[in-house]
Design a protein around this ligand. Sequence first.
Ligand code: NAP
Length: 237
Amino acid sequence: AFPVTPEEAPKVGDAMRAMQIRGLNVTVPHKQAVMAVVDEVSPEAQAIGAVNTIDHRDGRLVGHNTDAHGVLASLREDGGLQQLPACVALLGAGGAARAILYALLAAEEVERVTLLNRTVARAEALAADLRAGSRVTVAPIDDVPSMADVGLVINATSIGMQPEADASPLGDGSCLHDRMVVLDIVYKPLRTQLLEQARSVGARTVDGLGMLVHQGVRAFEIWTGVTPPANVMREAI
Ligand code: NAP
């Protein structure tokens, strides 16, 4: 890992060329800033509005986003969801939520997404950016609407992440029920308060490790053309 300050982020492209670094993964808080560093942005990363993977070929840098692939692969593999439910609640409107909403909207079977965020205007802007139309309803995260019809809840806020690991983005979690899958993409810690709440009502739970592994699997494929063994990567993490 190379820790990079926001001031130094614009130099990353030159550094990759000078050091002939073949590829990089990019994480918080640089996923949007590096879009200006690369020579080309893939259509998917352009639509999402964030780059998490840079592919360097003969001096030319191409930005990709593999988070959308990662979340869908994890929901299939860890959540047992070959098809997504018609009603989904997505918590958060930051960089990760952008990629996840893109993935949800690309799935035709998803009819309605409730997008809950602390800053409602940011959630509204995200829904507008992704041209979500009537498929997305925005609400404040501290005023959760009924989730009786919701079959999948995804936490893409940083609530529950260290050092504030005692909190849940859904308060006391009383809106959760046993007919839903709950994915918390926070991976430090892996057992979050939200997942404990979901477990206690009998919901199926998925932690953030699968998404992390699968975004890395896709990045590795982009760099090398080789599909790496996801189970070996997961065990190593
Ligand atoms: P981000 O762009 O900074 O977005 C943070 C989100 O959390 C925003 O929606 C923000 O709401 C909300 N939030 C933060 N603190 C809050 C608080 N105290 N109360 C209410 N809402 C709060 O971060 P990100 O890149 O999307 O990452 C979010 C989380 O996902 C992180 O924990 C990250 O590690 C994890 N992640 C995991 C994977 C994976 O592969 N498993 C991939 C990407 C990210 P506002 O808009 O109101 O500020």
